[in-house]
Structure formats: structure tokens, C-alpha cells
Design a protein around this ligand. Structure first.
Ligand SMILES: [Zn+2]
Length: 331
């Protein structure tokens, strides 16, 4: 039996879990919404396209075992994969899908049949990829469970640049792209404005659009700690500058301010990207801002949308390591 004190503590713990779950949902939605805006507006620039639905998925398996009962009580999870959030203005919203709808079937993808290790996000990621691989040009039937009731809707996906967008819960300032995914730390989401976050995410998406991962691999580049040493440096710096240049156009096409990433750097750079934190694989932040500003001035003269910049053609060329040709130094 619970004493009144214990009941109070349990209730407090429960409301703490709920507040945390909802905070994560809001942050995930923010990342998904910015990613959606960038990936849908820039579809004409991408040679790898997928079907965009505009729902953010999650799974009970991603929760710490100690939190699972609370997560199930809060979110429902009537199947393995549920809708965490619905992006405003997306096909999912138009089809009236709702947060906490549990997915049964999306087109030919049967959620119960998707394979992957339990206690990991594998099944959710596999489901997400199978759904994204559906044709973006055909209507798709979605079957879901909502509070025990079966819901059936037909949804017309839209073409979007092929990339997942994910928030990583962490106290560092990291953002990365691996060719198929853009990942950004929760701390950046908490502390920067939406436009500044879009600046960071546009840079990461640009790495994927320009196929930097495979082009670096083709040069035998070493990732991680070694990226700042030896012959790797020139290739990494070239990809960083190419991503900066393309990011200006990705932002503009998505209706974000062209200076969103220079705003980010002016706030982030002075305290976090200098001194001992200076990255050897990346050009100095003040030089990146000068380079971005010159490109923004060019983009400001273009009124057509979408803007399709010449830098896009780089994705079909091997990296030559000539990063100096792209860099404009800060004076
Ligand atoms: Zn980068």
C-alpha cells in the first residue's frame, strides 16, 4: 500500500516523466519541421528523392527500460511504431493523422513485419526507410490505431530530398551528416533560434546533397579524429566550404533568411569555435563567415525560386582538395 508521501512522490515522478516526454516531442518536432522545410523546398536540387509524409515517428524500443511503462502509458504505442508528431502543412496533417496514432500499415509497408533488433531503434528506422522508399507520386493508404479504433486515410506524399533528420539528446554542440542522415544535438536546439538551427541543418543537408561522404571515401579520407591531419585536411576543408556555399541557397529556397548561418556563427564562433576548440579539419569560423557573406551577396541578386546554384554540379566531380579557391579570408 502506498503511504500518502509515497503516492505524492510517485505522482511527482510521473508528472516529471510526462514533462520530459512532451519536451522531447516538441524538440523532435522542431528538428523535423526545419528538416521538412529544407528537404521539400529543395527537392528540385536533389538527385536522390524520397516520399515525404510529414510525420515524425518514434518507438517504445527507444526508451530506457526504466521509462518504458511510463512512455507506454503516455503515448499509447498500440503498435511498434507510432506518430510522435505531425508537421504543420504536411500531407500527414492534410490527411488528419494525429500524434499518438500507432501505425499498422503505410502503403505496402506492414509495420509488424519490419525486422530489427528489439530494444533498439532498428525497427523504427527500417520502417521509416521503407516508407520513404514508396513512390512520392502515388497516393498511399495509411492504416493506424487511435485509442483502439482503426483509422484509414489516403495520403498524397510529396517529393523531398533523401535525408532523415534526427535530434540526438546530448550536452555537446554537435551536428553531423553521414550521407543519409542529418543529426543535431539537443543542446543546439535548446539554445539557438529556429533560423540559426536552420543555418546549421542547411549546412549538414548540403553535405548529403553534395554526396560528401562517398566523395571523401573515394579519396581514402579518414573520418573522426584523423580528419584534421595529413592529406585529409584539404579534402575536409573543401567539403566544409562547399557545404557552406550550398547552404545559402538551401536556406533561401526554404524561405529562411540567407544570413541564418552567419548569425549562428557570430553567436557560436567567438566562445566555442576558437582557441583550443578550433577544429583543424574546418576553416576558421571568421573566414567561413566572410565566405558565406560573399555568397549571400550573390544570392541576394537572384529572385527566381528555387535558386539552382552552380556549386551543385560539384557533386559529380571528385574532390581535388583545393579549398583555398573557395575561401574568402576575414579581414
Ligand atoms: Zn560540415
Amino acid at each position: 500500500m502506498l503511504t500518502p508521501g509515497m503516492a505524492g512522490a510517485a505522482a511527482q515522478e510521473q508528472s516529471g516523466d510526462i514533462a520530459l516526454f512532451e519536451a522531447i516531442r516538441q524538440a523532435d518536432l522542431k528538428v523535423a519541421s526545419i528538416g521538412w522545410r529544407l528537404a521539400s523546398a529543395n527537392a528540385p536540387l536533389c538527385d536522390q528523392i524520397e516520399a515525404g509524409f510529414g510525420f515524425q515517428l518514434h518507438t517504445l524500443d527507444q526508451f530506457d527500460p526504466a521509462q518504458r511503462a511510463a512512455a507506454r502509458a503516455h503515448f499509447g504505442f498500440e503498435t511498434r511504431v507510432a506518430i510522435e508528431a505531425v508537421i504543420a502543412g504536411s500531407p500527414a496533417e492534410r490527411a488528419q493523422l494525429k500524434p499518438d496514432d500507432s501505425l499498422v500499415q503505410v502503403g505496402t509497408v506492414m509495420i509488424a513485419d519490419v525486422a530489427g533488433r528489439p530494444d533498439s531503434t532498428e525497427r523504427m528506422v527500417a520502417a521509416q526507410m521503407a516508407i520513404a522508399a514508396l513512390s512520392p507520386n502515388e497516393p498511399v493508404q495509411v492504416v493506424a490505431l487511435r485509442a483502439g479504433q482503426t483509422i484509414r486515410v489516403t495520403l498524397q506524399p510529396v517529393p523531398v530530398c533523401k535525408s532523415r533528420f534526427e535530434m540526438r539528446i546530448a550536452r555537446d554542440w554537435g551536428a553531423s551528416a553521414d550521407g543519409s542522415m542529418v543529426q543535431i544535438s539537443s543542446r543546439l536546439i535548446e539554445e539557438y533560434t529556429e533560423d540559426q538551427i536552420a543555418g546549421v541543418m542547411a549546412h549538414e543537408l548540403a553535405h548529403n546533397v553534395l554526396r560528401h561522404r562517398v566523395r571523401l571515401e573515394a579519396r581514402g579520407a579518414s573520418f573522426g579524429m584523423l580528419s584534421g591531419f595529413g592529406a585529409n585536411v584539404k579534402y575536409f576543408r573543401q567539403t566544409e566550404l562547399q557545404a557552406d556555399l550550398l547552404s545559402v541557397y538551401l536556406l533561401g529556397n526554404a524561405g529562411y533568411p540567407l544570413h541564418a548561418s552567419t548569425d549562428f556563427w557570430r553567436r557560436f564562433g567567438p566562445s566555442k569555435a576558437g582557441g583550443i576548440l578550433r577544429s583543424r579539419s574546418h576553416p576558421a569560423w571568421r573566414d567561413r563567415v566572410a565566405t558565406l557573406e560573399a555568397e549571400i551577396a550573390k544570392a541576394e541578386t537572384i529572385s527566381a525560386r528555387p535558386m539552382i546554384p552552380a556549386i551543385l554540379a560539384e557533386r559529380d566531380r571528385p574532390l581535388d582538395g583545393n579549398w583555398q579557391a573557395l575561401l574568402i579570408r576575414h579581414r
